[in-house]
Design a protein around this ligand. Sequence first.
Ligand code: NAD
Length: 404
Amino acid sequence: MANDGITRRGLIQAGGGIAATAALAGSTLAQTGGAPRVEGKPLPGGVKLPASPPQRKRPDSVGIAIVGLGGYALNQMMPRFKNAERAHIAAIVSGNPAKLKQVGDAYGVPADARYSYDRFDAIARDRRIDAVYVVLPTALHADWVVRAFAAGKHVLCEKPMALTSADCERMIAAGRRANCKLMLAYRSHFEPFNLEAMRLMKEKAVGTIRLLRTEQSYRMGPTTAAENWRVDGTLAGGGPLEDYGIYGLQSALYLTGEMPERISAEAFRPAGDPRFASIFAHVSSQWKFPSGAVAQLVTSYDSAGINMAEVRGTEGALIMDPATSYAGQKMRIEGRNAREFNPGDPDVQFARQLDHFADAIRDNKPIRTGGDMGLRDIRLIEAIYASAKAGRSVNLNPDGTMRR
Ligand code: NAD
């Protein structure tokens, strides 16, 4: 691992987050220009805008303002609003006027509901907007979530919640002050294969869980931080773990139903590769759970693609490959209860996530993937980086904070 000379104590005191992970990965905030700011990028290539705007279906449909018109918003989430029963796109927010017009026209968003970042706070007076969906680069989540709460709106926030647990706590506190809901966009909690896997593991379909393995990797093409925020440590933290490995981290938690009590980790960054000037190429961690089960989680931006989870118990194994994709999930059990599963179309995850958020707002129901879950996961990511930095395992409290 690249050695930057910061102490473990310094890392932990810094919260293990943006400053610490950037320093851990070898960059400094000063080098990359201080606190990140929103920037209006042009419409990404290859985006298909709808031929006709989606229609709201119910009078009590929740109006959502989309903050950040990037690849995920435009290619995945916005087109899926047509499948949601109780949520619609009420407004869009971007720093790029041409994109605002093009996307606004395609989605039938009225001209006065197309906000620049500078005018964002005016959404407080816009009664068409019940909630805000924050789908910006990770380091920007905290400030924009807090601003949305200050405007009195509910918030759906993309994963990972933020780069530091301190920011997560700030977001949760802002939501409480505003008396508004906060949901993390962890779509696998609404996806039939992962829901079935959770049910099977609760039923002990593979017996008592002993081993778990998750792998989330792909090989990123040549790029630099100036071109791609995912390789800029100030915006992306340590890189693949926050972005992709978080799916394996989530799977390890919801498949075992346990929190780890000890983590040891390694993080690697090759020298001289512009993709990894300020983030890691790969991160691997080993977890021990109170039951005695152990997990191995690996994630990489520099290895051939995979997205899998495997749980091995005393009587068989659950194999999900791909495990948490947008589509194409495959799942089987080997051993005593051997069979293949096809519990439904993974595509429903997007609209069900939106409807869960809308139901929570309209019917005051609890949220399955709330701010506490996002905070828990960032604590575990901090523990992984702290272990990698220290070169030894870290012990955890049941809430994921590190034991001193
Ligand atoms: P993207 O690069 O395609 O889009 C980022 C958007 O943010 C762009 O519209 C850009 O204009 C805007 N932006 C504002 N300030 C910026 C800045 N300083 N630098 C770069 N862009 C800036 O990224 P994306 O893939 O759409 O990811 C956005 C969020 O969605 C991230 O939090 C990511 O983790 C999350 N995401 C979630 C999933 C999922 O499956 N749930 C999948 C992909 C991305």
